[in-house]
Design a protein around this ligand. Structure first.
Ligand SMILES: NC(=O)c1ccc[n+]([C@@H]2O[C@H](COP(=O)([O-])OP(=O)(O)OC[C@H]3O[C@@H](n4cnc5c(N)ncnc54)[C@H](OP(=O)(O)O)[C@@H]3O)[C@@H](O)[C@H]2O)c1
Length: 265
């Protein structure tokens, strides 16, 4: 399988690093393109993949083309690629807010749409993968293998991509927001910064791992650490009084609505 990444940015780098390291695709079969010579040299030196500054030339022999440019660049990049694709090429788009039908543009093109997130950069990503109208089961599996090299990759319907965007695409920001708040409180309580950071990070990662490994619901695990009249209860009561759960639900629904708006142009 020859695979070409259009755009050698952060996301492309995360996926290339993962697939090469995990031998999902051999480096010799990976090509990246970019407008920046510096980025291309970086990929060549670090991952030993081939590089090109010519998108049309690069896609001509590709079995899989991963669109990894910013969505605003898509309208200028796509015309030069569209006509140069192999007739049986699979197009995998990681661009936010661009529906598969817009990419296919009325052509009989197999498109898979992916919504990754930034923890892919450390191999702990969460991606939703959706088939466009003509994509097959095996196309979905190709995308799942690629994204699976940098974390979890689940298959969803394309109409669910806006919800995935709100949950896991934007999700790391909610966790950072929680961490910001926890660390602000730690500062107010006089804890040294390095110590607070280490404890807060271990707490977030430990809680996620505990939930993953026990398979328990979040509410059950929360209740297990909330003893009557204890410290956790004092904290949770404060969160409840201030409607924090309602705010988080509203926040995700706002992100979903915004994602739909962007997709509709
Ligand atoms: N980061 C996230 O959390 C996240 C999450 C989900 C989805 N995504 C999606 O992933 C995609 C990539 O995001 P990113 O953060 O990796 O962006 P990025 O770092 O800006 O990477 C895009 C790369 O494409 C290059 N480029 C610009 N014009 C080009 C052209 N005509 N041909 C080839 N390459 C070109 C850019 O170069 P210049 O910088 O020199 O213009 C840049 O190196 C976006 O569509 C985004 O919506 C990102």
């Amino acid at each position: 399988m020859n695979i070409v990444f259009i755009g050698a940015g952060n996301m492309a780098e995360a996926i290339v690093a993962g697939i090469v390291k995990n031998k999902v695709v051999a480096a010799a079969n990976v090509c990246v393109t970019d407008v920046s010579e510096e980025r291309l040299t970086h990929f060549l030196m670090k991952y030993d993949v081939s590089t090109s500054d010519d998108n049309a030339y690069a896609v001509a022999k590709a079995d899989v083309v991963v669109l990894a440019v910013k969505p605003q660049v898509f309208p200028s990049v796509w015309p030069e690629i569209e006509g140069a694709l192999k007739p049986d090429a699979l197009v995998v788009s990681i661009m936010a807010g661009i529906p598969s039908a817009k990419i296919a543009n009325g052509q009989p093109l197999r498109v898979v749409r992916v919504m990754p997130n930034t923890p892919s950069l450390v191999g702990m990503g969460a991606a939703g993968i959706a088939a466009g109208e003509r994509a097959t089961e095996s196309d979905l599996q190709v995308a799942q293998k690629l994204l699976g090299a940098v974390g979890s990759a689940v298959i969803v319907a394309e109409e669910e991509i806006d919800a995935v965007t709100a949950l896991s695409g934007s999700g790391p920001a909610y966790v950072f927001y929680l961490l910001e708040s926890m660390l602000e409180a730690a500062g107010k309580m006089g804890l040294e910064q390095g110590i607070s950071r280490e404890l807060a990070l271990a707490t977030v990662m430990g809680a996620a791992k505990l939930m993953q490994e026990t398979g328990e619901d979040a509410a059950v695990l929360r209740k297990k650490v909330t003893s009557k009249g204890g410290t956790t209860e004092a904290a949770i009561n404060t969160l409840e009084e201030r409607h924090v759960k309602d705010s988080v639900v509203a926040a995700l629904l706002a992100a979903q609505a915004r994602s739909k708006e962007l997709a509709n142009g």
